[in-house]
Design a protein around this ligand. Structure first.
Ligand SMILES: Nc1ncnc2c1ncn2[C@@H]1O[C@H](COP(=O)(O)OP(=O)(O)OP(=O)(O)O)[C@@H](O)[C@H]1O
Length: 276
């Protein structure tokens, strides 16, 4: 699997942190073709001593993270703790970092706002940013996977919120990612559409077998979908828990409630008292 390595490019608190190797760095990105790094543990994402500062304030502060191939990881944390910043770094959209980040070359991101270009039909939006001749068949296959093939020729403004979010997911899937980064993808959806979208992501993940990192504010969503839930605080991963409940998960399972309660506690929120 081809790997991108984002190395230290700015002096900062972690400027002295050693990269994993002294490979050549071009524009802050080592060329995987000449990079001798091979992750000895087979992780799809490896982050070491990552620091990202804004105006001298470290929002991400010596963060370490590892994600295994095919693993579904959810990331929780109070508003402003740096979740989206971390996701953007993993997506390669922010390289003003110190520390080391290894991510697969095939990765895709979907944000809370579907970010569809209104002047392009849905199928062309799915292919946005891909090099080469537009491959309509590939766009249709991705749209089929999210149940939106019948809207391939629609204009984005005619889509519902849930449909637009599915189009955004199709745009991520068409890239055949080894790592799918999801930043609050269901945040703007109504409750019913959200449940359907969560099921869809669960199915897609099981079918595709790619690793997923889901940023969410919703503890229940994290426990419903993830193999492992991380809580971010003070610029680093402050807590993590593995969820070994069988799938599909049953939110009425007492163990589900127990894990949700533990996570809420870590987030500084009291779980509601049981109705018993
Ligand atoms: N480009 C930027 N310039 C300056 N400060 C920034 C920038 N991007 C993020 N920040 C700051 O970094 C901190 C973390 O922001 P981030 O969006 O990563 O938080 P978050 O955990 O995703 O929050 P939320 O859950 O509310 O979406 C915030 O204080 C934010 O103001």
């Amino acid at each position: 699997m081809a790997t991108d390595v984002h190395g230290p490019v700015t002096p900062g608190k972690a400027a002295s942190a050693e990269p994993l190797s002294a490979s050549p760095v071009k524009d802050g990105l080592r060329d995987p073709a000449i990079d001798p790094i091979r992750d000895p543990y087979g992780a799809v994402v490896r982050v070491e001593e990552l620091t990202r500062s804004f105006g001298g304030r470290a929002v991400i502060d010596f963060l370490d993270l590892e994600i295994q191939p095919g693993e579904f990881v959810a990331l929780l944390g109070r508003s402003g703790c740096g979740k989206s910043t971390l996701l953007k770094i993993l997506a390669g959209l922010d390289r003003d970092i110190a520390g080391t980040v290894l991510v697969p070359r095939r990765k895709a991101v979907a944000f809370q706002a579907p970010r569809l270009m209104p002047w392009k039909k849905v199928w062309r939006n799915v292919l946005l940013g891909l090099p080469g001749k537009p491959d309509r068949a590939a766009a249709e296959r991705a749209l089929e996977e999210v149940g939106l093939a019948h809207r391939a020729d629609a204009w984005p403004k005619t889509l519902s919120g849930g449909e637009a979010q599915r189009a955004s997911l199709a745009r991520a899937l068409v890239r055949e990612p080894d790592l799918l980064l999801l930043d609050e993808p269901f945040g703007a959806l109504d409750a019913l559409t959200r449940i359907k979208a969560q099921r869809l992501v669960d199915e897609l993940w099981q079918r595709r077998g790619c690793a997923v990192l889901l940023v969410t504010h919703d503890v229940e969503e994290a426990v419903l979908l993830a193999d492992r839930v991380l809580v971010m605080d003070e610029g680093a991963i402050a807590y993590e828990t593995r969820i070994d409940l069988p799938r599909p998960r049953d939110i009425t399972d007492p163990r589900f409630a127990e894990i949700r309660g533990q996570l809420l506690e870590r987030l500084g929120v009291d779980a509601p008292a049981s109705a018993a």
